[in-house]
Design a protein around this ligand. Structure first.
Ligand code: NDP
Ligand code: MG
Ligand code: MG
Length: 341
């Protein structure tokens, strides 16, 4: 059984006694920073000169400095810029200004696991990785709940890294939902696998193929949208509450029988072989290199794929339908429908 942590297992005072610099104010950065502040932690934000995020952070009353200035003040530096820029930000703006003995905290293990960042031996290196998008990390905290987190310690020269990791996780609300102890390696490999094979890659492709199959057979796109995309949430909600078993309990016997006989034909054993290959390429660094090399070249492949995804007919149908469904609110004011980033 994995080691689990809840609010009672952590002392908020540990992180409240530190000067914390949150580097980056995007999806995770804004959520960590605001939750820390509301938990009574001394937070400053580090951003590049001319950053687009500066105004948002300042509007919340947060102190915004350059990455170097924020780092120089901090006992704990939280690295929440996009993974592909972390190694450059670390080398140029964090490492030269890091106080002796200051700890580093990551929201995902990518740069440590694949060797893009090698911290000093004297730094504690920890991870608190929320298992959910940043906007939910903030929304759940504000509603008195939290998003579950993974906790890990890669380096512990102080001997107190776990106490700090647990304290930080509590401060961002993660231990209200529960924390699970892991390692940088396990978090990184399983996170990449989950998002590629199941949650993002797998689910997106499944929805698109379902929509294409129905519309190409002449069914109305609006009906196809409801069947293949909208209802997915209702099914997943039941899975979260009671596993696949509860989902099968709630659906009709017709749907349940169809689940058993057709599911394994759609997602056939081939798919599992493909998943094993994807996991192998994550573990041996092939995926990491593919991503970082493309980013370093100005992201031509990423940009083209993003554009192609946005052009899929399901997006046009969905946009029209959601406009008619007044009860679906987009609670993220910084999300612009149809925009790339
Ligand atoms: P975002 O893409 O949302 O981060 C954007 C922020 O980083 C902006 O404030 C941006 O500033 C700033 N930034 C970008 N480049 C630089 C730079 N060179 N120097 C300083 N600041 C910079 O990142 P995420 O929140 O998605 O990811 C952060 C970390 O959290 C990653 O390690 C990710 O894997 C992990 N994570 C993310 C999850 C998520 O929900 N997105 C879930 C769990 C983990 P500007 O406005 O100027 O561009
Ligand atoms: Mg991820
Ligand atoms: Mg149905």
């Amino acid at each position: 059984m994995a080691e689990m942590f809840y609010d009672d297992d952590a002392d908020l005072g540990v992180v409240q006694g530190k000067k914390v610099a949150v580097i980056g104010y995007g999806s995770q950065g804004h959520a960590h920073a605001l939750n820390l502040r509301d938990s009574g932690v001394d937070v400053r934000i580090g951003l590049a000169e001319g950053s687009r995020s500066r105004a948002k952070a300042e509007a919340e009353g947060l102190r915004v400095l350059t990455v170097a200035e924020a780092t120089a003040e901090a006992d704990l530096v939280v690295i929440l810029t996009p993974d592909q820029v972390q190694r450059t930000v670390y080398a140029e703006h964090i490492e030269p200004h890091l106080k002796d003995g200051a700890a580093l905290l990551f929201g995902h293990g990518f740069n440590i696991r694949f060797g893009y960042i090698t911290p000093r031996a004297s730094s504690d290196v920890l991870m608190v990785a929320p298992k959910g998008p940043g906007h939910l990390v903030r929304r759940e905290y504000a509603d008195g709940r939290g998003v579950p987190v993974l906790l890990a310690v890669e380096q512990d020269p102080s001997g107190t890294a776990w106490d700090l990791a647990k304290s930080y996780a509590k401060a961002i609300g993660g231990l209200r939902a529960g924390g699970i102890g892991t390692t940088f390696t396990e978090e990184t490999e399983t996170d990449l696998f989950g998002e590629q094979a199941v949650l993002c890659g797998g689910a997106s492709q499944l929805v698109q193929y379902g929509f294409e199959t129905l519309t190409e057979a002449g069914y109305q796109p609006e009906v196809a949208y409801f069947e293949c995309l909208h209802e997915l949430k209702l099914i997943v909600d039941l899975m979260i509450e009671g596993g696949i078993a509860k989902q099968r309990w709630s659906i009709s016997d017709t749907a349940e029988f169809g689940d058993y006989v057709s599911g394994p034909r759609v997602i056939d054993p081939h798919v599992k072989e493909n998943m094993k290959q994807i996991l192998a390429e994550i573990k041996d660094g092939t995926f990491a290199k593919h991503f970082i090399d493309d980013q370093d070249a100005g992201a031509p492949e990423f940009t083209a794929l993003r554009e192609k995804g946005a052009q899929h007919p399901i997006e046009k149908t969905g946009k029209e339908l959601r406009g008619l469904m007044s009860w679906i609110k987009d609670s993220d004011s910084d999300y612009v429908e149809g925009s790339a980033a």
